[in-house]
Design a protein around this ligand. Sequence first.
Ligand SMILES: Nc1nc2c(ncn2[C@@H]2O[C@H](COP(=O)(O)OP(=O)(O)OP(=O)(O)O)[C@@H](O)[C@H]2O)c(=O)[nH]1
Length: 346
Amino acid sequence: MAQLGKIPATVITGFLGAGKTTMIRNMLENANGKRIALIINEFGDLGVDRGIINGCGIEGCEEDDVVELANGCICCTVADDFLPTIQGLIDRDTPPDHIVIETSGLALPKPLVKAFNWPEVRSRVTVDGVVAVLDGAALRDGLFAHDHHAVQAQREADENLDHESPLEELFEEQLHCADMVVLNKTDLLTDAERSKVEADIRAELKKPSVKIIATEHSRVENAILLGLGAAAEDDLDSRPSHHDDGHEHDHDDFDSFVVSLDAISDPANLEKRLIDVVRQFDVLRIKGFLDVPGKPMRHVVQGVGERFQRYFDRPWADGETRRSELVVIGLHGLDRAVIEAAIKAA
Ligand SMILES: Nc1nc2c(ncn2[C@@H]2O[C@H](COP(=O)(O)OP(=O)(O)OP(=O)(O)O)[C@@H](O)[C@H]2O)c(=O)[nH]1
């Protein structure tokens, strides 16, 4: 049902490195004059996503149209950070045409959707849709549940087995809250793998109406992404959550820290060390920026599991301090000192 007169908001959820920021960049590149305000929430204290979006030089993507919520996962900072931010956007002289919220890769989307029922917001904004971006390669590799059907069978056979890994629980939370699922990174899958992953997703989904779109680099038409008309804030019951029974969730299952480095003359050699760190420790994601001596451009490092990408994205600005910083995100218990030493090893 169209929510007449309300500003539509789209929540983009999905695990670490699934392709949420990539989706937002595509969305901005194809905004065609639509004034999109972004709220970016990121796990880890480096603000890489915002840096990547601001660095993309997309016309129409003004600095003050991008708001970063960096005090932890948005699901936990709704009252303190998120609501004042939304109110600030809708109270502008010229409010945005659409609000897009990129949740952190470790955030639960349902508490955020619930927040749109707050009186100050409900009459003016509607959740047009929750879009879950899934990393097809991670699903194929069993990061969330090895064999979905086998796990399901085990659970049915032994009800005590219902403790889920933090990754499984998070994956289900993000999936069950979605109005649309974008199966991303299909370039990394064979046709057979893609069919199996899609079948696993469909088996996990609670709502048969949820559309699954398979894609590469999160490319989905804005007309599809920004026009679901779901009014998700009025449809919470169809989005089951492990936390509906009121028990708190916390983010103690995950750790992150920032590693500051000197200028890096051999990024390829550093990448090898980063891959070794991912292999040796429970590291899920490493991303950040490097200062490469003699190069006028900033060097971006993007690691999702063992898969790394590096590229120069924009010139270092006049007066900007050139620095090398990486955020490391992983399962609880990361040994920061050992990991930092391994990354810095000459
Ligand atoms: N091969 C491949 N890589 C992709 C695809 N989509 C995104 N990537 C890469 O995956 C990495 C992570 O993408 P992001 O868009 O930053 O992922 P994200 O979900 O915003 O990550 P977090 O905010 O850290 O959770 C980047 O290096 C992307 O270029 C895809 O379809 N195929």
